[in-house]
Design a protein around this ligand. Structure first.
Ligand SMILES: N[C@@H](CCC[C@H](N)C(=O)O)C(=O)O
Length: 272
């Protein structure tokens, strides 16, 4: 049995998309997701996206990191799936319903409302999440926010001076974060501009992270560093993030289909 996939990306954060909305597929579990995501022995991606029918929205989007872990939210994948769908969609995720709409400059997504309480991040114990009294080497006093998935944000003079490949995994797996965490290092360059790099939970350094851009913009607004509409520039390019007065975070940016293909189920140990 051959299984079709679509390879997509948002600013270079790349996805293998399996579409089970119309026709059921064999179950996807963590080992299968990790095998398909492997860049040497599989198709290769930062996240595997599985689309399924939903009662709560137009369809459900399940998100697996490259290490196989299933997670709640993915901003760039939501834009990619919005592009694939071709019209406005209410998309059910583990993090809640998100709404994508085609826009002049790509796809806009209503990502939901941020949460700042320590249990919602989640943290391992009670702490002020707006100015956390913690440090990892030169990374100090972060802010933590959950935008569907958990993020910690450090504001630094130059994000490109931080050795993220070394310090990112240390923070991601610190006991303070029982569900692990996405690690953002951000530099504010103007009232409407932020430079950002992200060490993603379960995927490592990616070219872009949509939820990271949302969390960082919200964190910078909370600290009074930027205005409520800001361009966040990642290694892969810019996203525009607005934190509206009704508390909703709106992300706008590009999404791209790279190619379509198929694989033999048996090659990945899928019994049919
Ligand atoms: N690349 C994504 C985030 C994917 C999930 C994340 N690694 C997590 O574990 O929460 C994005 O664009 O938001």
């Amino acid at each position: 049995m051959r299984i079709d996939f679509t390879k997509m990306h948002g600013l270079g954060n790349d996805f293998v998309v399996l579409d089970a909305r119309e026709r059921p597929l064999p179950p996807v579990d963590a080992p299968l997701a990790a095998a398909l995501a492997d860049r040497h022995t599989g198709i290769g991606c930062d996240q595997l996206i599985l689309l399924e029918p939903s009662r709560a929205g137009d369809f459900r989007m399940r998100i697996f990191n490259a290490d196989g872990s299933e997670v709640e939210a993915c901003g760039n994948a939501t834009r990619a799936i919005g592009l694939l769908h071709g019209r406005p969609a209410a998309i059910e995720t583990r993090g809640g319903i998100v709404r994508s709409t085609p826009a002049e400059s790509g796809i806009s997504v209503e990502m939901g409302k941020p949460r700042f309480d320590w249990e919602a991040i989640p943290l391992g114990y009670a702490m002020d999440t707006h100015a956390m009294p913690v440090a990892w080497e030169e990374l100090v006093n972060p802010i933590a926010v959950n935008v569907g998935n958990p993020h910690v944000i450090f504001f630094v003079p130059d994000p490109y001076a931080i050795d993220m490949a070394r310090i990112g995994p240390m923070i991601e797996t610190d006991a303070l974060f029982p569900a692990r965490i996405n690690v953002n290092v951000a530099g504010v360059t103007a009232r409407d501009a932020i430079t950002l790099r992200v060490w993603e939970r379960g995927a490592g350094l990616t070219r872009a992270c949509g939820t990271g851009a949302c969390a960082t913009a919200v964190g910078a607004i909370k600290r009074g560093l930027v205005d409520r509409r800001v361009t966040v520039t990642l290694p892969g390019g810019p996203l525009v993030i607005e934190w509206r007065d009704d508390d909703e975070i709106v992300m706008t940016g590009p999404a791209t289909e790279a190619f379509r293909g198929s694989f033999e189920a048996a090659d990945y140990g899928i019994a049919v």
